[in-house]
Design a protein around this ligand. Structure first.
Ligand code: MN
Length: 131
């Protein structure tokens, strides 16, 4: 069974790199370029993880995380912030907003998959229907 991941990211290059790395590793990827678009998608798709940029237009990542956390249907979906704010205190802000953790930008292609996998629940190897 594939993991399904939603990327909420407004930067084309980051979106491209993250999508490439995830698809290369067998993940199914959906993308949204703004918070409202991401929140709308999250309510329609069965997700295993949401990767959330913090610097977004319209609505920043903190506000998006808070809104996602108000949705009971999404309470078991991990939300991981992707942020270039590596300053002390930002980790707390990200967690306070409801994120389960964070990954620092720039994305490191060598460690990205491992960082993501920390937040994914194991899936049964042969759990899907056979065709
Ligand atoms: Mn951004």
């Amino acid at each position: 069974m594939k993991y399904t991941i939603l990327l909420i990211e407004d930067n084309e290059q980051n979106l491209y790199l993250e999508t490439f790395l995830l698809e290369q590793n067998g993940f199914e990827v959906f993308a949204a370029k703004s918070g409202p678009e991401g929140i709308a998608l999250a309510t329609k798709i069965q997700l295993d993880l949401i990767l959330l940029d913090i610097q977004l237009p319209l609505m920043d990542g903190y506000a998006v995380a808070r809104e996602l956390r108000q949705n009971q249907a999404l309470k078991d979906v991990p939300v991981v912030a992707v942020t270039s704010y590596a300053m002390v205190g930002d980790r707390e802000r990200v967690l306070e907003a409801g994120c389960n953790g964070y990954i620092e930008k720039p994305i490191n292609p060598d460690t990205f998959k491992n960082e993501i996998e920390k937040y994914l629940k194991p899936k049964p190897v042969n759990g899907g229907t056979k065709s």
